[in-house]
Ligand binder design. Sequence first.
Ligand code: SF4
Ligand code: SF4
Length: 145
Amino acid sequence: MIRIVPREEYCIGCRLCEIHCIVQHSRSKNIIKAFKSERRPVKRVEVEEEGHVSFALQCRHCDEAPCVTACLSGAMQKDPRTGAVVNDPERCVGCWTCILVCPFGAVRRDEAEHKAVGKCDLCPDLEVPACVANCPNEALLMVEE
Ligand code: SF4
Ligand code: SF4
């Protein structure tokens, strides 16, 4: 099971993780197009900031995931192979129950699609998730448990 662990002592709140998350989940995966000409995808990581303290928050891929238990449509599922909690937008009906039950606030509405939710999927097409790979300070670590 892969998890992304934030290290607040190294995070400077630059939000590059958010930018690279958006690019990775865009249609073209091109930073200019993703921000200037395409529909911008929902970011799946959010930098929380209070004074000098900041850290990047994304889905913890809980072992007993409340969002998976609560999802009536079966859209939110735990991948038995990787342990990642993933959302199937084709099955999602946009009831937002997963948003209510996530104790980390790690699920976001995709207003444009109005049925899918945006959450970390651990970037299945990449060896290292985009936020981890592009953090200049190694404030996000990928750990295998
Ligand atoms: S918003 Fe979608 S993924 Fe979340 S609980 Fe409802 S149907 Fe499931
Ligand atoms: S979305 Fe929230 S409840 Fe669901 S696995 Fe991720 S952290 Fe846990």
